[in-house]
Design a protein around this ligand. Structure first.
Ligand code: FAD
Length: 476
């Protein structure tokens, strides 16, 4: 079945009035500020690598390049310094620091984190190989004999070799092809070994590397960098979730069916109005009940938080989400967040287009509830293969009615060939055919990967800038 339904145009006065031009100006200004933050962070990341090398050269490293053996050692040291710098940058990206999350979003931060893994490992391996060659040449030993000699004679070297093995394990289990073979939880636990890898690498940097030797500029640089990373991890990965959980004291109030294989989990808690405006963003949830407490899941809010009320909509997509279908009222819940840029803070234009498929509609419903827009400046497109998977459809239709947004329901299977996000019978159409003011709008997309990519490609082909396109991925 394929239906395209335009909702009745809503009232002439929106519940959140505001002159369109002023809103557009305000959003553009906010967008520019965010891009500036993003550029600043990019420059800082590059500068950290450059500083590591520059300080090493300034602290006497430059003098090493006048004969083959010290030159090989120097190359090894530089590879190790840049590799260590990359690992620390990766840890900062994974620390869920609001400054980074608000500038580039959690998913992009994690994508960059993932991309740095292989280069960091290659640099650490290059560090090992060049040092074995350099020291081996100086001692008249082959690299393997040199490795054995270092293991036996130098304190802490055995820990450094263990660190390399741990880094290899983390990077290999993170490769997409390998990762897909294991449950998420296995990958997650192996990934925690990164901390062990960093810790086991530290002692040889003190005792053998001289990185922290007295009188060196680089000593202060590296101490500051390590302390910054440790503080960020403690503050945002451990303290922030604990404080948030204790502050809001969430409890499951009720679980109600919300369409084919999905439920609304409604929660009560304290001071939830403080989270208002985070609709569309996601939290990481841990339900503290037997059999549930040991796994956590990211879920987006499907309604904007209000005093005493929070809601997520969960579809049964695997073992963990299946067990949430029957979570008992009264269950305590720990959370961390909100994370991601999929919300109001990412807006850059006065027009708003929300395109969701299947359970991907949940964050869009929350955004619609609170977003600022003039009547007829917002379009919601609900996409599903069958009417049963048009999740939250009635609520969204009512919100569109109240707020003066236009809604389309596009139901039906996709064509087997061609890269289209539309139902089979509407493949000739484009996003611009549904949205009058597409060029003056932000487009928010959430749904299955291939489908979402095809919506993004359609929007891009009409000339929309990257800053106008926002996507939430429900996978990892
Ligand atoms: C940012 C974000 C927001 C999401 N919002 C919603 C939502 O509002 N409603 C909804 O129904 N689903 C949402 N999801 C998807 C939901 O998190 C997964 O469906 C759920 O975690 C699956 O776990 P499982 O144990 O049921 O399935 P499994 O069979 O264990 O896993 C299925 C797949 O889910 C993913 N997954 C599992 N656990 C995690 C985790 N802790 N972190 C990241 N990915 C994981 C992995 O891709 C895994 O391969 C969201 C996902 C993300 C990343």
């Amino acid at each position: 079945m394929t239906t395209a339904l335009r909702s009745t145009d809503g009232p002439s006065t929106p519940p959140h009035p505001g002159p369109g031009a002023a809103l557009a100006r305000d959003l553009r200004k906010r967008g520019r500020r965010r891009l500036l933050r993003e550029d600043t962070l990019t420059v800082l990341a590059w500068a950290s690598g450059a500083a590591a090398v520059a300080l090493y050269l300034a602290d006497g490293g430059a003098g090493q390049f006048n004969s083959p053996s010290p030159a090989l050692t120097g190359i090894g040291v530089i590879a190790g310094l840049i590799g260590t710098d990359l690992v620390l940058v990766m840890l900062l990206l994974a620390a869920r620091i609001p400054l980074i999350d608000n500038a580039i979003g959690h998913d992009r931060a994690m994508a960059v984190h993932g991309k740095l893994g292989k280069p960091a490992l290659y640099l650490i391996l290059a560090h090992t190989v060049f040092l074995l060659l350099g020291y081996g040449m100086a001692d008249g030993l082959n690299p393997i004999a040199e490795g054995v000699s270092m293991w036996v004679n130098l304190p802490d070297m055995w820990l450094a070799f263990i660190s390399i093995v741990l880094f290899i394990a983390v990077v290999v289990t993170s490769l997409v092809a390998v990762r897909r073979r294991f449950p998420y939880e296995f990958w997650y636990v192996v990934h925690l070994l990164t901390y062990a890898a960093v810790l086991t690498a530290l002692p040889h940097q003190f005792s053998v590397g001289g990185l922290f030797a007295d009188g060196q500029w680089q000593r202060w640089y590296w101490i500051a960098f390590y302390v910054l990373v440790l503080a960020a991890l403690l503050r945002f990965r451990i303290w922030a979730p604990l404080a948030l959980t204790l502050r809001h004291q969430l409890t499951v109030q009720r679980v109600v069916p919300a369409g084919d294989g999905a439920v609304n989990v409604e929660l009560t808690g304290l001071r939830l109005e403080e989270l208002a405006g985070s609709g569309g963003r996601f939290f990481i949830w841990r339900f503290l009940a037997p059999g549930l407490w040991w796994h956590h899941h990211p879920f987006s809010l499907s309604a904007d938080p209000a005093a005493g009320r929070l809601r997520i909509t969960v579809r049964n997509l695997g073992r963990g989400s299946a067990s949430l279908m029957a979570v008992k009222p009264g269950t305590k819940v720990s959370i961390s967040g909100p994370y991601g840029l999929f919300g109001h803070a990412a807006r850059t234009r006065a027009g708003l287009v929300l395109v969701g498929s299947g359970i991907g509609i949940t964050p869009l419903r929350a955004i619609l509830e609170r977003a600022e827009f003039e009547p007829r400046q917002a379009t919601v497109i609900l996409r599903a293969s069958t009417p049963e998977t048009l999740y939250l459809r009635d609520e969204i239709a009512e919100l569109c009615q109240q707020r003066g947004a236009t809604m389309f329901e596009l139901v039906g299977h996709r064509a087997r060939s061609g890269n289209t996000w539309l139902p089979r019978h509407q493949t000739g159409l484009r996003l611009a055919d549904y949205v009058a003011n597409l060029s003056g709008s932000d487009v928010y997309v959430c749904g299955p990967n291939k489908w979402a990519e095809s919506v993004m490609a359609d929007a891009k082909a009409t000339g929309l800038a990257d800053a106008q396109l926002h996507r939430e991925r429900f996978d990892w």
